[in-house]
Design a protein around this ligand. Structure first.
Ligand SMILES: NC(=O)c1ccc[n+]([C@@H]2O[C@H](COP(=O)([O-])OP(=O)(O)OC[C@H]3O[C@@H](n4cnc5c(N)ncnc54)[C@H](OP(=O)(O)O)[C@@H]3O)[C@@H](O)[C@H]2O)c1
Length: 346
């Protein structure tokens, strides 16, 4: 673990932001808001390299820190406490070369890439390498993002009130474009129903790669061992035309506007997990809703309504910084930490 002062008044971590995209830019703004030290912002080669981070994050003034090419940096000399990783891929194996640079340099890693929420379940062999490397350098590895509070801890807290659990059910309706217009195409928006079915019969839909995770994590937190995960996927269509403010395109009635996923998780203990989610375009005045229904004794439902999801995703990652800096070495998943704490007074 790298050094930091636990006193609230002097909490001032030295931060690297890796990936200067949508999330990375918001992280820069949050660091500026707190007055926390950004020691470097790294990106892959391209237009962003060389740009002042004040310009990149539209702060209205230059900061005197320029984006650097991640492959040309001496990580040992960064002097950072923590690296916030927000690269394009959500896969642990793709991002491992990035994680490795920081862990080898004795820098804690907090990743926004979706598989990082639960590395030991998602990719045991890469997780083993991350864990061993982190432990050898005395630093920790954690994944967080918008799921932290809205999908994971919401479910853990609901189940936590029950003395018996038969089934946990996760429902969600999310407006896909809020986290980047590119996601619309990724989940089949604009295809015909036939094109959708043909496409996703051959290749995994990117949502289906990840969305078992909320149920798996809540079940693991209860103490279950997951034995089987079954997924099925359907197109979502509307009976009326709809306009996306993100891709600035109109889609006629009958054309695919999103993906509906049904995921069933089985456990050794006989407690079932179910995920029923729609990621799609929204019609006027719809709001994102996420809920957990715990079937058991006495059972409980928790509903979360999310609005500013782009900032929520970055702020959820950002607010894990104190927990990561005080975590023991190795992989420490957010479900082994407590619920998120605000950084309002830090
Ligand atoms: N955990 C969650 O709850 C959650 C929620 C939403 C999103 N996400 C994930 O968070 C990540 C970041 O999202 P985003 O919207 O910020 O994506 P983005 O706008 O595409 O930004 C990614 C940035 O990373 C850069 N990059 C890619 N590979 C790199 C590498 N190996 N080293 C350095 N820089 C690299 C890209 O460079 P270019 O300039 O060349 O493109 C781009 O600037 C994605 O994986 C996304 O799926 C997670």
């Amino acid at each position: 673990m790298t050094g930091m002062n636990n006193s609230q008044k002097t909490f001032s971590p030295r931060i690297v932001i890796h990936g200067a995209g949508n999330v990375g830019r918001r992280l820069i703004r949050f660091c500026q808001l707190k007055g926390w030290d950004i020691v470097a912002v790294l990106n892959r080669a391209g237009d962003k390299v060389g740009m002042d981070i004040g310009e990149l994050a539209e702060l209205g003034t230059d900061i005197g820190v320029s984006v650097q090419d991640w492959e040309l940096v001496d990580y040992q000399s960064l002097g950072a406490d923590i690296a916030l990783i927000a690269t394009t891929s959500d896969m642990l194996d793709v991002n491992f070369p990035v994680y490795e640079k920081y862990l080898r340099a004795g820098i804690n890693v907090l990743s926004h890439n979706t598989q990082a929420y639960n590395p030991r379940f998602e990719n045991p062999s890469v997780a083993k390498k991350i864990d061993a490397l982190a432990k050898s350098q005395g630093v920790s590895f954690t994944g967080s993002g918008i799921w932290d509070t809205t999908r994971l801890w919401a479910g853990i807290i609901a189940a936590g009130a029950c003395v018996d659990v038969k089934e946990i059910v996760h429902f969600a309706t999310a407006e896909i474009g809020r986290q980047g217009a590119q996601w619309e195409e990724d989940i089949g928006v604009g295809l015909t129903v036939e094109e959708f079915q043909k496409k996703y019969a051959k290749e995994p839909n990117s949502l289906s790669i990840f969305l078992h995770s909320p149920a798996v994590i809540v079940l693991q937190k209860i103490g279950c061992t997951v034995t089987n995960v079954h997924k099925s996927i359907e197109p979502v269509v509307f009976e009326q035309d709809v306009f996306s403010p993100f891709s600035e395109r109109s889609f006629p009635a009958g054309i695919v506007v999103g993906t509906r996923l049904k995921i069933d998780v089985e456990t050794e203990e006989g407690i079932f997990g179910r995920v029923r989610v729609e990621y799609r375009l929204f019609q006027d005045n719809e709001i994102e809703e996420i809920s957990w229904k715990i079937v058991g004794m006495p059972g409980l439902e928790i509903t979360v309504r999310r609005d500013d999801t782009a900032n929520l995703s970055a702020s959820s990652l950002f607010n894990r910084i104190p927990d990561v800096l005080s975590a023991p070495p190795g992989i420490v998943e957010i479900f082994r930490m407590g619920p998120l704490n605000s950084t309002a007074l830090l």
